[in-house]
Design a protein around this ligand. Structure first.
Ligand code: ATP
Length: 329
C-alpha cells in the first residue's frame, strides 16, 4: 500500500480541476433517546467533474448517510459539502428542490423507488423530462427524441413499450439510469445499483454506467458493498467508521512488450490535518493498538508497536552499521 499525499497529486493541479463532489470534515450524528450514533466522523472526499468513482464499505460504515446528504435529502451536523459547485449547506428550500430536479440524478437499489409501475420504460423517462422541463429548456431536441437517445444509450430501446414488471432486473436498473438522466443532471448518485442482480446483469449495468460517464461526461458516484464493482471503475474509495480510509486507483500501463496491462494500486488517504486510517489487517499483524512509535526516515515514516524501540531501516541507518548488520545475519 502506498500513502497518497500532495506529492502524488499537486495541490494546485487538483484545485485547478472542477470538483464534481467535494466534502470536508463531514460529520453526521444521529441522536435518539439515550443513544448517539456518529454515522460520519469527519469524512473528506473529492471527486473531479466527469469522474466515475465507487464508494465501498461494510454495512454501517456510513455510505447511505453520505449519499442522502449528497442528494440533498439530509444535512450534515458539521463540515462542508459542495456538489457541482453548489454549496448544499447554503440552500433555501426552493433552491434545494431545484438542486434535486436539475443538478443530481439518483438510482436506488429497488425498482419501485426508481420507476412508476403503471408507466412503460419510455413513459417513465418522458414523465421526468416533462416534470423538469428540460426538453423545453434545451431547445435543440424534443422530448421524444431525448427519450429515444437515452434508451439507445442504455441499450433498452427494444423494451421502450414494456412496463417495469416486464423487464429483467438488469433492464430495470438501466431504465432507472435513463430516468435519472432525464433531467440532464451534472452528477449521478447510485445506491447499490447492482445489489439485487446476478453477475452478468451487474456487468451490463456497470458497462452502461461507464458508457454514460464517457459519452455524457456526467460525474458518477456508485455506493456499494459489492467488491466486484471496483473492477469496473477507475477509482474506488473505501469508507470505514464514517471516514474515507483507502483508495484504489486503476490505470493502464504499457509494458516493454507493447502489451497494455491493468494495474491497481491501493493508497491510504491522508486528510488535511495529517490523519490516516491504518488497515485492520496491518494493525492485527503487528498487534498495534493504543499507542505506536513513529520514526521519520529520509523517504518514509515508519510505525512501530508502542512497546518496542524504534528500529531504523537499513536505508536510513549509517551505511557501515547497516552493512555490519547484514554481514552478521
Ligand atoms: N436515521 C438514523 N437514525 C439513527 N441512526 C442511523 C440513522 N441512519 C443511519 N444510522 C446509523 O448510522 C450508521 C451508518 O449507517 P448507514 O446507513 O449510513 O451505513 P451504510 O454503510 O449505508 O450501511 P448499509 O450498507 O447496511 O446500508 C449506522 O450505525 C446506522 O445504524
Amino acid at each position: 500500500m502506498t500513502m497518497m499525499t500532495g506529492a502524488t497529486t499537486p495541490a494546485h493541479a487538483a484545485e485547478a480541476r472542477d470538483a464534481g463532489i467535494e466534502c470536508h470534515g463531514l460529520v453526521r450524528v444521529f441522536t435518539a433517546p439515550g443513544v448517539e450514533v456518529q454515522a460520519l466522523q469527519g469524512l473528506d472526499l473529492r471527486i473531479d467533474s466527469g469522474e466515475l468513482v465507487a464508494i465501498i464499505g461494510a454495512s454501517g460504515s456510513g455510505k447511505s448517510t453520505l449519499l442522502t446528504i449528497l442528494s440533498g435529502l439530509d444535512t450534515p451536523t458539521a463540515g462542508s459539502v459542495r456538489v457541482a459547485g453548489v454549496d448544499l449547506l447554503a440552500l433555501t428550500r426552493r433552491q434545494r428542490i431545484d438542486y434535486q430536479r436539475h443538478t443530481v440524478g439518483f438510482v436506488w437499489q429497488q425498482t419501485s423507488q426508481n420507476l412508476l409501475p403503471y408507466l412503460t420504460t419510455a413513459e417513465n423517462v418522458a414523465a421526468v423530462i416533462a416534470l423538469a422541463g428540460t426538453a423545453r429548456r434545451e431547445g435543440r431536441t424534443n422530448r421524444a427524441a431525448r427519450v429515444t437517445e437515452l434508451l439507445e444509450l442504455l441499450h433498452i430501446a427494444d423494451v421502450a413499450d414494456r412496463l417495469p414488471h416486464e423487464l429483467s432486473g438488469g433492464q430495470q436498473q438501466r431504465a432507472a439510469i435513463a430516468v435519472a438522466l432525464a433531467n440532464t443532471p451534472r452528477v449521478l448518485l447510485a445506491d447499490e445499483p447492482t445489489g439485487e442482480l446476478d453477475e452478468a446483469a451487474s456487468a451490463d449495468v456497470l458497462a452502461a454506467m461507464r458508457r454514460v460517464n464517457a459519452e455524457l461526461g456526467v460525474t458518477m458516484l456508485i455506493v456499494t458493498h459489492d467488491h466486484t464493482v471496483a473492477d469496473h471503475v477507475n477509482r474506488t474509495v473505501r469508507i470505514r467508521d464514517g471516514r474515507t480510509s483507502t483508495e484504489t486507483v486503476r490505470s493502464v500501463v504499457r509494458g516493454a512488450d507493447g502489451v497494455d496491462e491493468h494495474v491497481a494500486e491501493e493508497f491510504a488517504v491522508l486528510d488535511r490535518v495529517g490523519r490516516l486510517q491504518l488497515p485492520s489487517d496491518y494493525l492485527e499483524a503487528l498487534e498495534l493498538r493504543d499507542r505506536v512509535r513513529l520514526a521519520l526516515e529520509s523517504d518514509r515514516i515508519a510505525i512501530f508497536p508502542g512497546d518496542t524501540a524504534p528500529r531504523p531501516s537499513p536505508s536510513s541507518a549509517d551505511p557501515d552499521t547497516a552493512r555490519a548488520g547484514e554481514e552478521q545475519s
